[in-house]
Write a protein that binds this ligand. Sequence first.
Ligand code: XMP
Length: 517
Amino acid sequence: PVLVVDFGAQYAQLIARRVREAQVYSEVVPHTMPVSEMVARDPAAIVLSGGPSSVYADGAPQIDPALFDQGIPVFGICYGFQAMARALDGGVEHTGTREYGRTDLSVVGDGGTLHQDLPAGHPVWMSHGDCVTKAPEGFTVTATSAGAPVAAFEDTARRFAGVQYHPEVLHSPHGQEVLRRFLHEVAGLRPQWTTSSIVDDSVEAVRAQVGEGRAICALSGGVDSAVAGALVHRAIGDRLTCVFVDHGLLRAGERTQVERDFVAATGVRLVTVDAADRFLSALAGVTDPEEKRKIIGREFIRVFEQAARDLQAEAGESGEHFDYLVQGTLYPDVVESGGGTGAANIKSHHNVGGLPDDLKFDLVEPLRALFKDEVRRVGLELGLPETIVHRQPFPGPGLGIRIIGEVTAHNLEILRAADSIAREELTAAGLDRDIWQCPVVLLADVRSVGVQGDGRTYGHPVVLRPVSSEDAMTADWTRLPYDVLERISTRITNEVSEVNRVVLDVTSKPPGTIEWE
Ligand code: XMP
């Protein structure tokens, strides 16, 4: 792999994704990893990421100069560029000139391999206080900017290069091309990381792990479990059984999407457990959000556990049993829980932590090395429909945390009707890809007076919560066109008799969360 050394900024994962967009496999490793350990991974190249600190700050992460004696190509970015210059005895100074944001980059001379034929002055994204004032011996300076006398350098003989700016962000329009040139032309790597190779390699890996064993996969209706299930099915066929727990808190059409569309696309063996009544009884009288979440989580584990036991019992009759549990863990979870090498990580432990001891499964995590966009591409490659692959996020506790008040069959029916109108209109307006998600929330505890036909009504409001986001950590409310809002409002109040008011949530996150509970 290409190792992306994380110096603690938020950019390392983004860099890893960009490397993969250049069709070269990459992994993120912490800067504390000793050089010997990096070398042991046989890296095709090493990319040093940006970092938060000045190379001169107390405790600033350094690079072991031994890294440059291994014959491995190295590319330094921002902090990594400065740390590289310092380790190789170039000059790095705290000049007091800072550059933040968009800056014009001037190509020096012919621009070398990385910047050749790029526009003489072109915009890049900078974020630095210190700067490299002198390139190390053997390096050629290939670009400069107002605040960075040395903004790019390269030593193609030793296959080293670096840039002061952030090539990984979209605000550096030629950044991806520069990164691609480093990987393909300087480091000499071949573009082999393609969707079909990901599928082939993953299928191989699952076969190698599971052998003749059997696996269970819990489908949630979401993208990750669907793609993980489809991939494992491709690898082991009918030795995989998918379990779909219908907790009765799903939106209109979601069960059909799993039972009909997913099965039609994959041919997977599916067991649906209809547990709506059980969840409703457990939720009766409960209005506290955390309480609801706990109950739903607990019941889910219990139902799944029972389904797994039933399957074990059935399989046991023919002398077989299930040894593996498929999980849709993604690479960002692996990186964030400090993993990458170990067999299991914190998150998956948490996810299966609720299962009792007599249900011992080994985990199969076929998406462990993948970013979300790669998971979607793999899903399409495996023939899953767009409706599943590009599904917007939907919380595990489902509509249970979108009813403010008690979760009852009646309230669920009202919310499901309002929600499906909102979704229909957003889809018809072509807005699905513009919004991150749009929860519809029923204020079951609130009543408002209205007038419909000739009569006074005393119904409930619903809230539309359209948000735009990159990762759900922060979000902004989406400025939906008024005519779309109008159609949603009119239709909901006309077609759902219990609702006489539609309101729009115009709160960003923070301070609001995306969901209301
Ligand atoms: P909040 O409300 O915290 O939501 O801003 C952030 C994102 O996470 C989703 N969400 C959940 N997803 N289980 C999930 O699988 C949950 O309990 C849960 N709670 C919130 C939410 O829809 C949004 O995308």
